[in-house]
Design a protein around this ligand. Structure first.
Ligand code: PMT
Length: 401
């Protein structure tokens, strides 16, 4: 079956030079099996004519409510028809309007009115992309669960070089396919750890880290979307867990270890996304520690390594770890892959606003025999690509050729 078979995609085109690539995108989406309807802003029609898209899509192109009504589909009907609204190219101006919930043209109104996922493919001059106002808007997009594809880095129509190029049509099609249920992990049970752990110092103080749980929760959602049954053992976070996941809340590394081992018997794939405290306080105080002393020493003892213990169990599930590094990303991650005897490790850079606590991330996936880079994207999107790779390697191991 084609990757986007029977999917209804509204391709919304806003006014940037990258609009010329969207003509090819229509064809590529159709080749992947999608039905495509094209909507354009007035500004976009200055770059490519609606007639071009009408000829390619084989459907009338809608520019405003008048053309929309004349062609028998109001923005509400179109919003309901869509399985995905893809805005490509999405200009800086359009992204700002989207963030503010404007409905001042058909494309913006459609994005407000649809319950389907909305994805944007930003395309703009590199200075406009780097501008703090655009970056703030992009962070809001990511937080609101609007999918973002790109932008890519490279030379631009304006003669400058940097981030801001729209992704190529084939890459955009690939990204669209990651948004739909794949069924890749149908009938497979996946156990995931997420978030930080907290190690008590006294009844009101803890040792913890900056993990928000966003990556682990996104991985849980992606596994559910791939048809898996998911158990999520989560340290303390402020997030709403994915519906359909069985959630086991824990606080400490030892509790996480116990919860994981209790569930291990029925697990096909284990994914350790949690940032587990490597150490805990040997003797947490029973009462709040007073600030009488000028110096205070805490004796720390090592916590069990949950991931390594799962990988050493017999029989063992397919084991995937994460490696959070501030330097030597690949080298350190490969050491962990080998030392903990994992099937796969996902390495990410952390610190200075990267990876941990952030809404987006980039991953380097390593197995004993392969290496794949997943470029920076919203965690929800990245998690879908990650799960596709996990599923591929898991199935290959289970059913060797
Ligand atoms: O939660 P977010 O804000 O979204 O951030 C996501 C993340 C950066 C925390 C995540 O992507 C990530 O990298 N998680 C692993 C963090 C980590 O603890 O890395 P590590 O290199 O110290 O540990 C390696 C692996 O061993 C991890 O899979 C970890 O879960 C596991 N581990 C570590 C120590 C321990 N005692 N038990 C473990 O299971």
């Amino acid at each position: 079956m084609k990757k986007l078979q029977n999917k209804h995609i509204v391709l919304a085109i806003t006014g940037g030079i990258a609009a010329y690539k969207s003509a090819d995108l229509v064809r590529r989406l159709q080749d992947a099996g999608a039905s495509v309807r094209v909507v354009m802003t007035e500004a976009a029609t200055g770059f490519v004519t609606p007639l071009t898209f009408q000829a390619l899509a084989g459907q009338p192109v809608l520019v405003d409510e008048n053309t929309s009504a004349a062609n028998g589909m109001t923005h509400i009907e179109l919003a309901r028809w869509a399985d995905l609204v893809l805005v490509a190219p999405a200009t800086a101006d359009f992204i700002a309007r989207l963030i503010h919930g404007r409905a001042d043209d058909l494309v913006a109104a459609l994005c407000l009115a649809t319950s389907a996922p909305v994805a944007v493919a930003p395309a703009m001059n590199q200075q406009m992309w780097e501008n703090p106002a655009t970056q703030a808007n992009i962070r809001l997009l990511d937080q609101r669960g609007i999918h973002r594809f790109g932008p890519a880095q490279g030379s631009q129509a304006c003669g400058e070089t940097g981030f801001g190029r729209m992704l190529e049509p084939l890459d955009l099609v690939e990204q669209c396919t990651t948004l739909f249920d794949t069924g890749l992990l149908q009938g497979v049970s996946v156990l995931i750890t997420a978030g930080p752990t907290q190690e008590p110092i006294d009844p009101v103080r803890v040792i913890t880290n900056l993990s928000s749980g966003k990556m682990g929760y996104a991985v849980a959602q992606a596994a559910l979307d791939a048809g898996a049954s998911v158990t999520l053992v989560s340290g303390p976070t402020c997030l709403t867990p994915p519906q359909r996941a069985k959630v086991i809340p824990v606080q400490t590394a030892q509790q996480m270890y116990d919860a994981v081992h209790e569930k291990l018997d029925n697990t096909d794939i284990f994914i350790g996304v949690a940032a587990v405290s490597d150490y805990r306080v040997a003797q947490p105080a029973d009462a709040k520690i007073k600030k009488d002393a000028d110096e205070l020493s805490l004796v720390l003892v090592k916590n069990p390594d949950i991931l390594a213990s799962v990988a050493a169990s017999d029989p063992r599930p397919f084991c995937v770890g994460f490696a959070a590094e501030t330097d030597h990303l690949e080298g350190y991650a490969r050491e962990k892959l080998e030392q903990k005897r994992l099937d796969m490790i996902a390495a990410n850079m952390v610190g200075n606003g990267q990876g941990i606590g952030a809404d987006d991330n980039a991953l380097l996936l390593l197995t004993p025999r392969s290496k794949v880079e997943l470029t920076r994207a919203a965690k929800s999107q990245l998690a879908r690509q990650f799960i596709e790779h996990v599923a591929k390697h898991y199935l290959e191991q289970k059913n060797p050729a």
